[in-house]
Structures are given as C-alpha cells and as structure tokens.
Write a protein of this length. Structure first.
Length: 396
C-alpha cells in the first residue's frame, strides 16, 4: 500500500508541479541569451488603422491619443470605439482628432464586442494592418511603424512588448506586481522567441493583417479575449510573433479597489483557461503535430507567479510531512526540486531584468505577497469571475 501511495503521490507531483516550473525555468534561462535582432523591414510601411476600445476613459484617453496621432501617415486611421460610455470619452476623443464611433448595448458588454464593432466600421475602407491599443496606454516612438511592418513582413499576428509600471510612490506590493508582469510579458516571450516559438497575445499593442481577421471571432464577452484570440490564430496556422522593439506601457491603478478588480479579471480568466482548455489543447496540438500550439499551451500552463509559489510551498510542506510520518522520500525530493527550480528562476529573472524594478531585499517580501493573494484564489473556487469588468481608474 505504501509503495502504491509513493508511486501515485510522486506521479501527481511530476505531472502537476514540475511542468509549469520547468517551462518557466527554460523560458527565463533562454531569455538570458542575447536577444535576437529582428530582420530589417522588407516591405514599405503598410496602411494602418489604430483601434482604441474605450469604456468611460475620459481621464486617460487624450494622453493616449497624443502618443498615437503623431505616428500616423496620410491614409492611416485612428478610431476610438466609445463603448457603453456614460462620460465624455467620445467628445474628448473627437476633440483630440480621432474618428469616433459610439456603441450602446447593455447585453453584450466587454472588450471583444467593442473590437468587433470597430472592425466592422473600418471595413468600408479597410487598412492593410489593424493595431489595437488600450485607452490607458502610451506607445513608444516608432511603435506603429515597427509593429505594422513586422506584422506584414512575417505574415503573422504580432504582439509588442507590453509593460505595466508602478506609479511613483507605490508600495512594495505594486513593485512586486510590476516585476511579476515583467517576467510574464517580457522575459518569458523573449525566452520562447529564442527558439522561434510564438507568444501569447496580451490585449494591447497587438497588430493583425486585415486579411487574417476572419480567422478569429472578435465578438466575444470572454474575460481574457486576448488569450483566446492568440490560440485561435495559432490553430489556424498563424502563431503570434513577439516584437520587443515596439513598446506599449501603462500604469497599475493606485487604488486598492482598482488593483483587486484588475487582478481578479486577469487571474480568474487565466486559471479558467488553464483548467478548461489546456487538456484539450495538449491533445489537439499533439494529435495534429502543431508544435506552435503545443508551445503556446505549455506557456499557458504556467500560472501566475504568486499561485505557483503557493502551490510549490504546499507541495513541499505536504511531501515532507508524508516523509516524516511514513518515510516516503521520493515526493519530498520532487517537491524540493520544484522549489529550488523556482528560486533559481526568480533570481535569474531578477538579476537580468528586475534590478531596476525592485531591490533584492524587497524581492524577499514576495512570498508574503503570495500569501495575501490566497483570498483571490479561494474566490476562483467559490465564485469565479466570468464576465469582463473594467478596472477602476484612479480618477473615477
């Protein structure tokens, strides 16, 4: 009986605990290598439409449009979809020089529906490339040209480097969140790109060739519509490409309510996809020999860093308790290996990419930050968020 338990417990840890931390370790290790330079543009700058979905974004929309407008050329379009707005987002966007369409539909709420509405409006004079930028984001100099050209030359959906910053004077918790975001959106895609593998779509700073839009269903209330779009493109033979030379940035909300809403939407959505879609994605990718889809699925397996830390700590404690009570060593060794891999991964990521974000001493607070997120994960089990909810802005 003890031998059977040993095999079952060890097998469970190998199947559930080691794959996510193993994938994360490989991605971070590969990211340490010198970044691959993107090939020089082969084609001329395509005609672009920048689509900005906006729901009650009057406090930020003008600043966003000011970074986009100067990068557009004759024949380009800048379209704001004022989606179910009850403020003056539409008026401010028009005054800032953007083309604006307004959408009101209380039954179909969410970013996916706003994007679909905007695309249908653009169809009368379709661009070569459509770029999606969220209403609270700032784009870097040369962003539009680099992203659009990369999209056309590669023939693939293209994701820019999407970073979130901690506002000045933010506490330790937000600094840790900024580091975790950097690992997720900068380090891991960079590592996968070293092997020529695709990245997940991140919701903002995305570019699609107009001819490829029929491959996906934009009109969705899915809580993480970006993940869904990336997987759908990959299934259709268009794996998303990472373009780190184009940067889009935004800021974490200052308010605790805004942070909680934002994290709940992201993490509940991600965990829902992991539990609901990952098994069939693994089967589909292997059955069809789709290596790009398999790579995206393995990347999807990696949960948020806080949850991965909590899971490994729980496995470590439980396996060593079993060792003390029943002298079964294998599970304890497996869990310890996972803990050491995670520690090495975080230190590698911090030493190369996180020093300017957070100090080493502050990084040591991360396990306590993970503990504070336990209610969020309990909420996923008891009352999962399944509908899109806008994060509360600081000026709301």
């Amino acid at each position: 009986m003890i031998t059977l338990f040993n095999w079952l417990f060890s097998g469970l840890l190998i199947l559930i605990v080691l794959p996510p931390v193993g994938v994360l370790f490989v991605q971070v290790l590969l990211a340490w290598l010198p970044a691959r330079s993107l090939p020089s543009a082969k084609s001329s700058r395509p005609r672009v439409a920048v689509l900005v979905p906006a729901h009650n974004e009057s406090s930020v929309i003008v600043a966003t449009l000011k970074t986009i407008g100067p990068q557009l050329l004759e024949g380009d379009r800048l379209l704001v979809v004022a989606d179910n707005c009850s403020d003056d987002t539409a008026a401010l966007a028009r005054a800032a020089g953007a083309e604006v369409v307004e959408r009101s539909n209380d039954r179909q709420r969410g970013k996916g529906y706003a994007l679909d509405f905007g695309v249908r409006h653009l169809a009368s004079a379709a661009p070569d490339v459509i770029i999606i930028v969220d209403a609270d984001c700032q784009i870097s100099e040369g962003f539009v040209e680099r992203l659009a050209t990369c999209c056309i030359d590669s023939g693939r959906p293209t994701q820019s480097l999407n970073l979130m910053r901690a506002p000045a004077g933010s506490g330790l918790k937000v600094q840790i969140a900024e580091f975790a975001w950097c690992v997720k959106n900068r380090v891991r895609p960079r590592g996968w790109a070293r092997l020529g593998l695709p990245c997940q779509l991140m919701g903002t700073g995305m570019a699609f060739a107009w001819r490829d839009l029929p491959l996906i269903d934009l009109a969705s209330g899915h809580i993480v519509e970006d993940l869904k779009m990336g997987l759908d493109f990959c299934r259709s033979g268009k794996p998303p490409l990472f373009c780190p030379d184009a940067l889009v940035t935004s800021y974490f909300p200052r308010s605790e309510e805004g942070l909680t809403t934002q994290r709940t939407r992201w993490e509940h959505g991600h965990l829902g996809v992991i539990l609901g879609d990952t098994p069939k994605l693994l089967v589909e990718s292997m059955a069809k020999g789709n290596g790009n889809l398999l790579a995206m699925t393995l990347d999807l397996l990696v949960p948020p860093l806080a949850l991965l830390t909590l899971a490994l700590v729980a496995a470590f404690g439980l396996s060593w308790l079993v060792f003390l009570l029943a002298a079964i060593l294998a599970p304890a060794l497996i869990a310890t290996t996972g803990m050491l891999l995670l520690a090495a991964t975080i230190l590698l990521a911090w030493s190369r990419f996180g020093r300017e974000i957070i100090s080493f001493s502050a990084l040591m607070y991360a396990p306590f930050y993970a503990v504070k997120k336990i209610p969020l994960y309990i909420g996923f089990l008891l009352k999962r968020q399944v509908e899109w909810v806008r994060s509360k802005r600081d000026d709301d």
